[in-house]
Design a protein around this ligand. Structure first.
Ligand SMILES: Nc1nc2c(c(=O)[nH]1)N[C@H]1C(S)=C(S)[C@@H](COP(=O)(O)O)O[C@H]1N2
Ligand SMILES: [Mo]
Length: 519
């Protein structure tokens, strides 16, 4: 029955592994390039990562933020890519003897990507368009695999011509061609991702404000090297969100829908917002994931339209107690109605430190609500405000074991000394920041080792919506290694507790301390 006389030797394992890897990489490269060209469509790798983020149990998210900080995204993408590479190589190695099994394996991975795209909440394009990259990934991977395997394991007429099986020259030729495809796809993906939003942002200038932000009061900034800038520059401002790729939302075509328990639904364009009374306010944002002493707090001048002005236009119906805000990538937050209608400067912001919002911070528009953690208020890439009742909805993090209401816990941080910084004995000057948004900081105290609490010098207060800096000088410093501890008291007379609370369900507590040396 057999047509070949000699038994065929299997191709070397490296050729099998390379086949699997190149097949997957070709598919991913084509999918990524096409996704970059289709505005608002996530790439297949991003879709898989997005689903992983949404399914991840809260403890894993805490672990990732703690271990990797803002590198959690590249690490997630890296894990997806590494996992894919390993499976693809195994498929290729198996494929040297059992090509059909390899094709099925690669097909299944491709289908996982298609399923992830089919349910990816972050897309801002139509579902059909969102499926295009992953379907292409599936088809291209399979085609590339079949092509490569046919050089590894000749069948039919070729089998007779290549009794030894592996066609090295043909294989290397196909591999080189696919390698080039991967490079081109990668470059296109890099160059065209988020191009629409970037171009849109470049064309926008914030209009003049009737009431521009007053200057930062003299003395708000402590003059010690290493203490935070009072106003955090945009490039240094912390970034926390679930977006693996920043949503690509050009201002043209953007629409803010205000609906739910309102008398009149509103649909506002970016131009409509620009035409409304714009205000400037400095507000210090804080993330619930900030560990004691951590970096997820930043202070900026925000420019925007007050939420209460927008709600007054729409007319809020009796019985409402919350707004649910939703982003272009279908993330959501629930905020007490009171927090956006009382006298604090809650706004739909379109500017940050005098520029249109940076893409990573929510271009073209986001929520800013003084006094509440970001996860219950600070929706970036904002598209919807629904007036509602807390009893009637859940938001992204409240379906994941976080509290529905989460005012920022007042806290304080030592910026100087950094861990194990060394000072000369006659120059031990330390400082940092403390925040109690909407209430204000009354007092900051420090202690060295187990000594008495001593009053730090408070810098000038800007507003109660911003953080406040502090400094302290140790006049009779002694040589050796010491520990500096800090605690703040707010204007309600409450002092920070030393009890350590975890991030979940509503933010950390505890005192920040740092070791340092005096010589
Ligand atoms: N669309 C969207 N908006 C979001 C988030 C998100 O994951 N997606 N994260 C929130 C959280 S948890 C915080 S702390 C703030 C952080 O804002 P920043 O990145 O501008 O500092 O954004 C909020 N807005
Ligand atoms: Mo956050």
């Amino acid at each position: 029955m057999t047509t070949t006389a000699a038994p065929r030797a299997a191709a070397p394992w490296w050729a099998g592994a390379l086949s699997g890897l190149l097949a997957a990489a070709s598919g991913v490269a084509v999918g990524t390039a096409v996704a970059a060209l289709l505005q608002g469509v996530p790439s297949p790798i991003e879709s898989v990562g997005n689903r992983a983020i949404d399914y991840a149990p809260p403890f894993l998210k805490e672990f990732a933020v703690k271990q990797f900080g803002t590198n959690d995204k590249p690490i997630l993408i890296g894990s997806v890519v590494a996992g894919l590479a390993v499976i693809a190589m195994i498929a290729g190695i198996i494929g040297r003897r059992r090509p059909r099994v390899a094709v099925i394996l690669v097909g299944v991975i491709g289908l996982v990507a298609v399923a992830a795209a089919a349910s990816d909440r972050t897309t801002t394009a139509s579902r059909a368009l969102t499926l295009v990259p992953s379907v292409l990934t599936l088809l291209v991977s399979l085609a590339a695999l079949v092509l490569l395997l046919s050089a590894l394991v000749p069948t039919g007429k070729r089998a007779a011509e290549h009794p030894m099986g592996f066609q090295r020259r043909r294989f290397l030729g196909v591999a080189a061609g696919l390698g080039a495809l991967v490079v081109v796809g990668g470059v296109v993906g890099q160059v065209f991702g988020n191009a629409a939003a970037a171009a849109s942002r470049a064309g926008i200038k914030l209009p003049r404000r009737a009431n521009p932000a007053p200057a930062v009061p003299a003395g708000a900034q402590v003059d010690i090297d290493g203490v935070s800038r009072f106003v955090t520059p945009n490039r240094d401002f912390y970034r926390v969100d679930t977006a693996l790729r920043i949503p690509d939302v050009p201002a043209e075509g953007w629409n803010l829908r205000i609906h739910g328990m309102v008398d009149k639904e509103l649909n506002l364009s970016f131009r409509d917002l620009l035409g409304m009374p714009l205000v400037d306010h400095r507000v210090t944002l804080t993330c619930v994931s900030n560990e004691v002493g951590g970096p997820y707090v930043g202070n900026a001048v925000w420019t925007g339209v007050l939420v209460k002005d927008l709600l007054a236009m729409a007319g809020v119906k009796a019985g409402a107690d919350a707004i649910k805000t939703t982003s272009a990538d279908k993330w959501s937050a629930g905020t007490p109605l009171e927090a956006v209608t009382d006298d604090r400067s809650s706004m739909v912001a379109i500017g940050m430190n005098g520029e249109p919002l940076p893409l990573a911070h929510g271009f073209p528009a986001r929520m800013v609500v003084p006094g509440l953690y970001g996860y219950v208020s600070a929706t970036k890439w904002l598209t919807e405000i629904e007036v509602s009742r807390f009893a009637d909805f859940k938001a992204y993090w409240t379906t994941r074991d976080y509290d529905a209401e989460a005012p920022i816990k007042f806290s304080s941080r030592i910026d100087v000394p950094k861990s194990f910084q060394t000072f000369p004995r006659d120059k031990v000057r330390v400082g940092g920041v403390a925040w109690a948004q909407t209430v204000g900081i009354e007092r900051v105290e420090v202690k060295v080792d187990d000594g008495d609490w001593q009053q730090a010098t408070l810098a000038t207060q800007d507003t109660v919506e911003t953080w406040r800096q502090w400094s302290w000088q140790w006049d009779d410093a002694t040589e050796g290694t010491h520990k500096l501890t800090i605690r703040a008291t707010n204007k309600n007379g409450e002092t920070q507790t030393s009890d350590r609370a975890r991030i979940r369900p509503n933010g950390t507590t505890g005192w920040h301390s740092v070791q340092f040396r005096v010589e």
